[in-house]
Each structure stands twice: as C-alpha cells, then as structure tokens.
Design a protein around this ligand. Sequence first.
Ligand SMILES: [Zn+2]
Length: 249
Amino acid sequence: MKNMLFPLLLLIICFAACKKSADVPAGDPQTEYDNAKKVLAYIHDLGFPSDKIVENANEFIVEEDIIFPKNMEVPAEKVRPEQYYTGSLVSAGNVTNIRLMVDASMTSMLSEINSAIAQWNAVANCSINWTIVTSGTYDVLIINSNLGSGVCGQGTFPSGGRAGNTIRINKAQIAGNSFAQRARTICHEMGHNVSFRHTNWASIGESSATAVPGVGGTDASSIMNGGQCGSGATVLSTKDKQAASALYP
Ligand SMILES: [Zn+2]
C-alpha cells in the first residue's frame, strides 16, 4: 500500500506543477523557480565552481561576497570567456549616476563610503559615477549586515542594465581594520555592483572568467582581488582603472 501511494503522490504533484507552468504570471513561484535555475546556470557559465556557490532563500552567494539575486535578469547573450567581469554591464545611461542610499546602519562609516566613491569617480576616461542620496529613488542600498565571521562585505552583480542593488557590510568584522582597509572593503564591493569579478579568480578555484578586453592577467595590486579583507590593496590599481575605463568609457 505504501509503495503504491508514494508514486501516486508524485504523479499528483507533477501534474499540478506541470499544469501550473503552462501560463505562469510574473511573481509566480514557478516563474521564480525557473528564473533561479537560469541564474544558477549563468553562474556556472561564468566559471564559478559549485563548491563556491551557496544558495539562500532569495539569492546565490558566490565566493562569500558576490550576490546573484534569484530574480535577476540573466543576460541573453552567452558570456565569452582578463581585470575580469561578468559580461553583464550597467547601461551607459545608468552608470553615469549610480545613486547610493546609505542605510542608517552605515552612516557611521560615511567617511569610508565617500572615500570609496571618490576612488571610482576619479578614474580617468571612465563614465562610472556614484552619488549619495539621502531620500527618494536610489539604485544601490548599502547596509550593515551580520555576514558571519570572516566575511567583510558582499556586493551584487548588475542585472538588466542596472547596478547590483545591494551592498552589505559586516561592520563588526571590519571595525578593527584601518580606515584605508575599511574603505577598501566598500570600494571592492562597489566594484562587484558594476560587474567586476575577483582579479585573482584562478587562484581561488574558478575555471574561467571573462576578461576585460585588453586588460586581464593577474595583478597583485588589484583592489578586486578576493579573500584579502583587511590586508589587500587600498587603492584602485593601474589595471583596475584601465579595466573600468575599458568597460565604461
Ligand atoms: Zn569580492
């Protein structure tokens, strides 16, 4: 009896699921599930190894600090496999004014945030421009978050031509770092939000990455090296700037 009931239950569940998928409105759990599967396939396509991907309720976290929301728009064009990026860029219209909302939980690090913004905005021949907004519409929210021991922050990759919408900073984790290192963490996460990956991707186990045309290779001075919280470069390297200028002229 038990043996017969179980396949029957499966059949009923399958039937319900199949029927539902025939015409699913946006926001439907099935649509969300299907999109999440596409996002996961996109992450694999980008060359991130499975053991570096952690699934949460609403997002995939890669290499501890890169957020892929499950509802993000996956680029239609296949990513072709140097500084390295995701193949999904912020649009030319949006990148010139990335509005950063500083959550109340982060106002104590406003000086560090401004320092990080100044670095990105100062890159020559580059259209990336961050501005802080205190009310109204914003593109990116920076917020304090307990990310657990050892994780300093998390940035979000761009989606649909918009900068990734969230930066999480583990204030308790970086509080003991120098000002320059605290600003580095913020500057690094901001890089993820405009599509930068980890420059040292190969040494941290990734199989492939999309090179920024004309840049690429390893760069010990890159602020986008991963796993260097509290010890990494504190200013954008020459190659970081070249990459930013190449992606966003
Ligand atoms: Zn990172």
